[in-house]
Design a protein around this ligand. Sequence first.
Ligand code: DGY
Length: 327
Amino acid sequence: MEGMVNMKPKVYVTRQIPDEVLAMIRQACEVRVWSESDVPVPRDVLEREIADVEGLYCLLTDQVDEALLERAPRLKIVSNMAVGYNNIDVEAATRRGIMVTNTPDVLTETTADLTFALLMATARRLLEASDYLRRGDWQTWSPMLLTGQDVFGSTLGIIGMGRIGEALVRRAKGFNMNVLYYNRTRKEKTEEAYGIRYTDMNELLRMSDFVCVLTPYTPQTHDLIGAAELRRMKPTAVLINTSRGGIVNEDALYEALRDGTIWAAGLDVFEREPVVPDHPLLTLPNLVSLPHIGSASVATRIQMARLAANQLIDAINGHRPAHLVNP
Ligand code: DGY
C-alpha cells in the first residue's frame, strides 16, 4: 500500500565483527556499526547512537551503565559478545525491562586451553627462556638454568567452579593433578565425576601449587586476592588469572612477586585494559602477561559473534534469547 514502508528495527554494533555475522544481523535489522577503527566506540558517539535503537550489540570494552541506558528509550536488548558481563549494569537494565545476554558455553574449552597453557608457560618459564635464547645469553646447558616448577602430579586450586573451571579440571586430570576448588556453592556432582575436593579459600591457598582464578568479577570478588591471601600461598606457588583483572589486587601482586612471597604469576587480564606498558608488574621476570586472549581462537570468536547476533535478533523479534542474565 502506498505510504507503507517496511521498517526494520534499528540496532547498533559497537565494533567491526565478522562480515558473515553482520550480514545475519542486517537481514533482520537496520544496522549501524562503529567501524572507524578497532578501538572502543567513544562514549559520546555511543550516547548518540543508542538514542533510537532497539538493540545494542556490544563488547566487554563498552561500559553500559545507567546513564547510558537512560538515553535509550527504545532499547530492548543488550547483547554482550562475552561470557563476562561486568561491563553492564544488569540491575539498571532489568529495571527498564531491557534484556541482557552473554555468550557462555561456546568459549569454555578455548578459555580452559589458554588457562592451562598460561599455567604451563608460567611454571616452566617459557617466555623468559625464549627471551634468554633470542638475546644471545645461552652459553651452555647448565644444571639449574631456567628451572621451573613441576606441573605433573602437583596440586591445583581453582577459585570459581563454573563451566571453565570444570573444563580446566579435565585438563588437570590428564596431568595427574590433585584438584581443590572453592566456589560460592558446592558442586557435589563435579566432585564425584572428577574426584576433586571442596575447601575454604584459606586451605586452598595454603595447599595449592597452582591457584587459578576463574570466578566472575562482581563487587563481592573485587580484590578477592590481596596481600593477606598471597601471604597464605606457598613461596613456590604460581597464581593464574584468566577471569577479570579487578579480582587480584595488582599492587599486592607486584609486591608478592618482587619479594618472593609467591614464585610466579600468569595474567591474561588486568584491572585497566590495555595495561600500560610501563606498569610495574611488567618489569618483573616472574610474571607472564597476555592481552586478554582467553577465548581468542578463530572458531570460538566466530561462534561468540554468531551467538551474540542470534540473541540480539531473537529478542528483537519477541523471542526469549538463549542466555539471558537478568535475574
Ligand atoms: C569473556 O567472554 O568474558 C572473556 O573475557 C573474553 O572472551
